[in-house]
Design a protein around this ligand. Structure first.
Ligand code: HEC
Ligand code: HEC
Ligand code: HEC
Ligand code: HEC
Ligand code: HEC
Ligand code: HEC
Ligand code: HEC
Ligand code: HEC
Ligand code: HEC
Length: 285
């Protein structure tokens, strides 16, 4: 096959690859090209009888207290020899594909989270967890940042401007490993690890969308090029949620014209009612 045909074939493969599979797979396929997350392998689900029996013996040694094997965390269904909850009799195939296998007993993450992590949707639970036992907490296969560097390239993550200062901090200080309501599965409050908006001070008047941690209603991601990474300019940043007619109905606003709202209001919080920047308002008097 000549070079032109080869390229043609590759393009066809990519296109059919993108059309044939589920949105999840498609997303995974795309993200492989986009941020260098390597493709996940699909290892065989078949377990030979000998190996299975040997594992039964291991399980027998861990019966009783989960901590009988010192320093080991044992998954309760493995400890209790409920092998058949997960492995079929005779064939030892899994009784259900992952992740449904796990959701027989655990609440499915899609009931809890709006946004899900790639490997969670695609059922790669055992890329991070051992289904039987480990010496790490939460049945994790690796500790600290290594749990994430299994798939995400360390260099790329640490070179990223917002990650420059994280040092050895666990990725899960800021990101949930499974999913969440925020972009990038960021935990509520994670921004305050780097930006102090005084939100922990009790006697402050705090803005609804900041309290509910909807930063991305007003700000783009860190790669956004606008000033303060704002998604809109002028009064529009505020009029996305506040109605112009309601604002103008207030005497305090009669003469504001095009003045930006943040001339008088702090967008996040302040020690004054209505999050006013009191000095500014006094100056205008
Ligand atoms: C919570 C579900 C679950 C339970 C309970 C469970 N297993 Fe597994 N087991 C798995 C999964 C998932 C794999 C990984 C299969 C794969 O790699 O594709 C696995 C793999 C194995 C393997 C392959 C070798 C290895 O360790 O990875 C053996 C052997 C095995 N299980 C035996 C057992 C025995 C014996 C029990 C009961 C004492 C048991 N399992 C209980 C889910 C479970
Ligand atoms: C037969 C029921 C059952 C199945 C199937 C099952 N689990 Fe569990 N799992 C439990 C129970 C019971 C606990 C202990 C109570 C709890 O934390 O919910 C537990 C706890 C855990 C924990 C927390 C361990 C800790 O140290 O706090 C993890 C992680 C976990 N399971 C992962 C998985 C994964 C991954 C799968 C699928 C491969 C799976 N489970 C399938 C019953 C099950
Ligand atoms: C990217 C790695 C990763 C993947 C993939 C993953 N988990 Fe987890 N999981 C974690 C980490 C890390 C924790 C510990 C969270 C903590 O300590 O705050 C955890 C904790 C858990 C727990 C304990 C309860 C909790 O939320 O703390 C359960 C149960 C669990 N995972 C099940 C699953 C199941 C089921 C899947 C597949 C659908 C899965 N996990 C996929 C990393 C992962
Ligand atoms: C088994 C492979 C795997 C592991 C391990 C893994 N990831 Fe991911 N991660 C992916 C894939 C694949 C994507 C891209 C799919 C997507 O955008 O949802 C992704 C995407 C992400 C994203 C971007 C989500 C978005 O909305 O753009 C974040 C943030 C992330 N991972 C954080 C983590 C953290 C933190 C850990 C460790 C707890 C981790 N990942 C471990 C495979 C993995
Ligand atoms: C209602 C819209 C809105 C929301 C929601 C919002 N911001 Fe802002 N933010 C702004 C505006 C407007 C500015 C520019 C302020 C100025 O011009 O003085 C700003 C500025 C900033 C700045 C730079 C200046 C400073 O005060 O340090 C940071 C950092 C920041 N925001 C972080 C956050 C975080 C973190 C959240 C979520 C917890 C958040 N913002 C939620 C509107 C918002
Ligand atoms: C101190 C908090 C914090 C820690 C710790 C942290 N992150 Fe992030 N991460 C963020 C924030 C904030 C963003 C998104 C910011 C934005 O662009 O708006 C992000 C974005 C990401 C993304 C999205 C793609 C990208 O690079 O822009 C990935 C993937 C990611 N983090 C993985 C990781 C991994 C892996 C670790 C651990 C090595 C980690 N993060 C540790 C705060 C953190
Ligand atoms: C790991 C530290 C870290 C975390 C966590 C973090 N940021 Fe930042 N942020 C930075 C750095 C460093 C800068 C300045 C460099 C840049 O512009 O990317 C910055 C800049 C900003 C700015 C522009 C400030 C200005 O004065 O123009 C805004 C807005 C902002 N971040 C919002 C957020 C929001 C919203 C979150 C949470 C979703 C967040 N940041 C989480 C490190 C972080
Ligand atoms: C994402 C939607 C959203 C955006 C954008 C937004 N706000 Fe708000 N704002 C709210 C919510 C929700 C409340 C709380 C309403 C309540 O408690 O009655 C609120 C309340 C306020 C209050 C206090 C009202 C009171 O009665 O205490 C002021 C002042 C205010 N916003 C100003 C602003 C300014 C200035 C901006 C632009 C920087 C802005 N808002 C942008 C949603 C938003
Ligand atoms: C010149 C200063 C100034 C500017 C500019 C300004 N405000 Fe105000 N705003 C005030 C003052 C003063 C109050 C308190 C009024 C009171 O006590 O009733 C107030 C009150 C509010 C309130 C709470 C009371 C109400 O009417 O619901 C909201 C919401 C509000 N402003 C939103 C905005 C928005 C949105 C903008 C931009 C379109 C804006 N403000 C621009 C000074 C200003």
């Amino acid at each position: 096959m000549n070079a032109r045909n080869a390229i043609f074939l590759i393009i066809i493969l990519i296109i059919t690859g993108l059309q044939c599979c589920s949105p999840t797979k498609r997303h995974l396929l795309l993200s492989t090209f986009l941020d260098g997350v390597p493709p996940l392998d699909t290892s065989s689900r078949l377990v030979s009888q000998n190996v299975f029996n040997a594992a039964m013996d291991t399980s027998a040694n861990t019966t009783g207290s989960a901590n009988e094997v010192v320093g080991m965390n044992v998954h309760p269904p493995f400890r209790d020899r409920q092998c058949r909850k997960c492995h079929q009799e005779f064939s030892n195939n899994l009784v259900k594909p992952l992740p449904s296998l796990c959701f027989q007993c655990h609440e499915p993450f899609w009931n809890t989270y709006e946004k899900l992590h790639g490997p969670v949707i695609s059922g790669h639970c055992i890329k991070c967890h051992n289904p039987h036992w480990t010496d790490k907490k939460k049945l994790l296969l690796r500790a600290g940042q290594d749990i994430c560097f299994e798939c995400h390239k360390q260099d790329a993550i640490l070179a990223n401007s917002k990650h420059e200062t994280i040092g050895n901090r666990n990725c899960t200080d800021c990101h949930s490993p499974h999913g969440g309501k925020n972009n990038f599965m960021l935990k509520d409050g994670s921004c305050y690890n780097c930006h102090d908006l005084h939100m922990d001070e009790p006697d402050r008047f705090k803005h609804g969308p900041v309290l509910s941690f909807n930063c991305y209603e007003c700000h783009g991601t860190h790669s956004t090029k606008t000033e303060h990474k704002l998604l809109r300019s002028g009064q529009d940043i505020c009029l996305k949620c506040h109605q112009s007619k309601d604002i103008l109905a207030n005497k305090a606003h009669e003469t504001i014209g095009e003045t930006i709202c943040t001339e008088c209001h702090n967008p996040h919080q302040s020690d004054q009612k209505y999050m006013l920047i009191i000095n500014k308002v006094d100056e205008d008097k």
